[in-house]
Design a protein around this ligand. Structure first.
Ligand SMILES: [Zn+2]
Length: 141
């Protein structure tokens, strides 16, 4: 099975990592809808929400929450859209379950390829903010 997210998780393919622990990884989307568009997923391969054990889903959603708080703070995003697609008909393109965390500014944004400059800058800002939120216990867990 060839899965681009599994390759990234194994370190065989580059990505800008926002957060990582033993179970969950958050990376910047390579084709972001807006600045800070992040993907959060389990490190283990599951096709969709029906396959992932609930306990692992909870770990993933906890990171979704912290990343959402981080994009609000670090990127001053007034709104955040969270999207999770199941099945090609729903718009799922990569069949390794993932959540999209998409900062929304209220302005029209154009999807574009992530540049190295944007990737470095945004992933550094977000990972710094995620660490700060977790350190301060600011995720209310
Ligand atoms: Zn995978």
């Amino acid at each position: 099975m060839d899965c681009v997210f599994c390759r990234i998780i194994r370190g065989e393919e580059p990505a800008y990592v926002v957060y990582e622990d033993d179970y969950v990884i958050a990376i910047l989307d390579k084709y972001p809808i807006s600045r800070g568009h992040t993907l959060v997923m389990p490190k283990k391969h599951y096709r969709d929400i029906t396959e992932i054990p609930s306990e692992e889903l909870c770990r993933v959603i906890e990171v979704v929450k912290v990343v959402t708080m981080a994009v609000m703070r670090a990127l001053k995003a007034p709104g955040v859209r969270i999207v999770q697609n199941n099945g090609a008909e729903a718009g799922q393109v990569i069949f390794h379950i993932h959540f999209h965390v998409i900062p929304m500014t209220g302005h029209a944004s154009s999807r574009h390829y992530l540049t190295d400059e944007e990737g470095r800058e945004v992933s550094a800002a977000l990972s710094r903010e995620v660490r700060e939120i977790l350190r301060a216990g600011g995720d209310n867990t």
